[in-house]
Design a protein around this ligand. Structure first.
Ligand code: AGP
Length: 609
């Protein structure tokens, strides 16, 4: 989804806006634009990545100290300069940038056309500029009145930053469902879709809630509710540092974030395990609450959903608590049958994914308790859930998640163990055995990063031009195959499918021919022979088999190429086997010369339906 940024202060706004947009580019890169206020408002837009806008601005003298900017992920209207933001009202009275979707924009176009408004773009956003202008002129009650009337009138999701011609030293903002944070330091006030955009300038931020607005002046921020009354907001400190949002010498954020996994996995373990005891006190969960949970419903999107699929196996086996897992965009409209003794767990890196947020609200509407596993502090899902377990992956910039995925797995393992213990399904000895093994995961991930890179690069260099690939496994190996396959698809654009190994012969095996690349994940000692026989069926049709397995599992009869991973307890293999799968996706994409951090058509946080 789009990224918006704004600054109002003592310094030249253009530098701060371009820096912010570069840090937000993972949210969308179809076009970009800025509006700088000097004597009047100057607007510059360019199709494509931020670099195109920077080139356009090279010799421009932009000394204005107030401005807004936007990087776009196109939803309404093709990627083009005309559809790029900022958009303006017919007479230029209102200039704005927007992240989100206005669902009733067609209806509003008809309304405004009756009042002689004309439209130059195909976007839903241009409607916002004109409807604000319409209320501004009709009621003559100033910016807050016009914005509040607009919030009542429009349907959809939005985070907007607005400049009014008659209010030179002010930027007005409002939001509903799309993310926005507001920052402040001695040099001015800032707004952004996400923390990394302004972390270089300040880590003092305000969280603006849904259907609230604010006026950013050069030295202060004034917040308003929907009645136009001033409301007080507490400034909060963000614990992330700017280094975390930079590449630190790595070629891509993705490979940097893959190498950060041992550290962030340790951080997440240490934030919940004190003196060999799991402690969820900070998030309000305790053994009494856990003991009464009759069943669990995990809901998420994309890779976060894959964490849910892995967790189902672990939670059910350890705590004997039934678990259902669902894709959020299906859950929210299929009227799920929930009972009050159930816990709905929402997993989300960004904490802003629209379908996951809606699923959370659906569960709350049904009076069911919700637990959020989230990486971004203060995000919408974190603020609206009953309980929140934060993962400590730090800012994740690459669109393809890696370190956040790994910390979500850890959070779910700890949850499963604590639930099993609260339900007396495991004794103290097993509790410690499991915890001790979890503490070894960072070291085992490091071992793969130290020892297996060359072997993985070799597979990538031999197979980067394949038309398609298959990932197969059983149980948790099948669950992690889903993630391996998604990693390859989303950054290398190679068509890939993950399959439960036993399911292949019911149809898909017809796609296997000479040299078809098949990744076999084989870690589970109880069922690996079954997977081996499925791989044998693939091999006999000419498939080229790359296996990911620990040393003790003999795959020599079927494997053309083995990537060896350290041993662990069966529940925790997803944390180990996912690493070579992340790396394979990465090196294949690099071999194809693709933009690994910003894959086509994707965005880091999907804040629209
Ligand atoms: C994964 O690499 C993708 N970026 C995507 O599938 C992602 O997992 C999904 O959009 C969910 O995002 P969230 O965790 O921020 O909710």
């Amino acid at each position: 989804m789009c990224g918006i940024v704004g600054y109002n202060g003592k310094n030249k706004a253009i530098d701060i806006l371009l820096e912010g947009l570069s840090n937000l580019e993972y949210r969308g890169y179809d076009s970009a634009g800025v509006a700088i206020r000097d004597k009047n408002i100057k607007i510059y837009k360019a199709k494509g990545k931020i670099i195109n806008l920077k080139e356009k601005l090279e010799n421009k003298k932009l000394n204005g100290t107030c401005g807004i900017g936007h990087t776009r992920w196109a939803t309404h209207g093709e990627p083009s300069e005309n559809n790029a933001h900022p958009h303006i009202s017919n007479d230029g009275n209102v200039t704005l940038v927007h992240n989100g979707i206005i669902e009733n924009y067609q209806e509003l176009i008809q309304k405004l056309t009756k009042h002689d408004y004309k439209f130059y773009s195909d976007t839903d956003t241009e409607v916002l500029a004109n409807i604000i202008d319409y209320y501004y002129k009709k009621y003559k009650m100033g910016p807050i009145d016009a914005i509040n009337r607009t919030m009542v009138r429009v349907r959809g999701s939005y985070a907007i930053a607005v400049m009014f011609k008659e209010y030179p030293d002010e930027i007005w903002v409002a939001r509903k469902d799309s993310p926005m944070i507001i920052g402040k330091n001695d040099d001015g006030t800032y707004l952004a879709s996400d923390v990394p955009a302004i972390l270089k300038y300040t880590n003092n931020v305000y969280y603006i809630d849904n259907l609230e607005a604010a006026c950013l002046k050069k030295d202060k921020v004034i917040f308003y509710d929907l009645n136009g009354d001033v409301i007080e907001k507490e400034i909060k400190k963000v614990k992330w540092d700017i280094a975390a949002a930079e590449k630190s010498g790595y070629e891509h954020f993705m490979i940097k974030e893959i190498y950060e996994q041992p550290e962030v996995i340790s951080k997440t373990i240490n934030s919940y395990v004190k003196n060999d005891i799991i402690n969820f006190k900070e998030c309000g969960l305790n053994k009494r609450i856990l003991k009464d949970i009759e069943s669990i419903y995990i809901v998420a999107c994309g890779s976060a959903y894959h964490v849910g699929v892995c967790s189902q196996y672990v939670i059910e086996e350890l705590s004997k608590t039934p678990v259902r897992v669902d894709i959020a965009s299906e859950f929210r409209y299929r009227k799920p049958l929930l009972n009050k003794k159930e816990l709905v767990i929402i997993i989300s890196q960004s904490g802003e994914t629209a379908d996951s947020l809606a699923a959370l609200r659906e569960a709350k509407k049904m009076g069911v308790k919700t637990l959020a596993i989230v990486n971004v502090v203060g995000s919408s899902i974190a603020r609206e859930a009953d309980y929140v377990l934060y993962t400590l992956a730090g800012p994740e910039i690459a669109v393809a998640t890696t370190k956040a995925f790994s910390t979500q797995l850890i959070a779910m393992y700890l949850f499963a163990i604590e639930l099993a213990s609260a339900k007396r399904r495991i004794d103290k000895k097993e509790y410690s055995r499991l915890l001790n093994e979890i503490k070894l995961i960072p070291g085992k991930v490091q071992t793969i990063l130290d020892k297996e890179i060359k072997r993985i690069q070799k597979v990538a260099s031999e197979f980067y031009s394949v038309p398609d690939a298959f990932y197969i496994g059983r149980g948790l190996d099948y669950a992690i195959s889903l993630e391996g396959s998604l990693k390859l698809k989303e950054i290398s654009y190679i068509h890939s499918e993950a399959y439960a190994a036993g399911e292949l012969k019911h149809g898909t095996i017809s796609l296997i021919e000479n040299n078809t690349l098949v990744l076999g994940i084989v870690t589970d000692e109880e069922i690996y022979e079954k997977t081996i026989s499925n791989l044998t069926e693939v091999k006999s049709r000419g498939g080229y088999i790359v296996t990911v397995a620990p040393k003790k599992i003999d795959v020599s009869k079927v494997s053309n190429y083995k990537i060896t991973i350290p041993e662990t307890i069966k529940y925790f293999y997803p944390s180990i086997s996912v690493i070579p799968l992340q790396l394979l996706g990465y090196y294949i994409a690099v071999s194809k010369g693709l933009d690994v951090d910003k894959p086509r058509n994707l965005a880091k946080s999907v804040t629209v339906e």
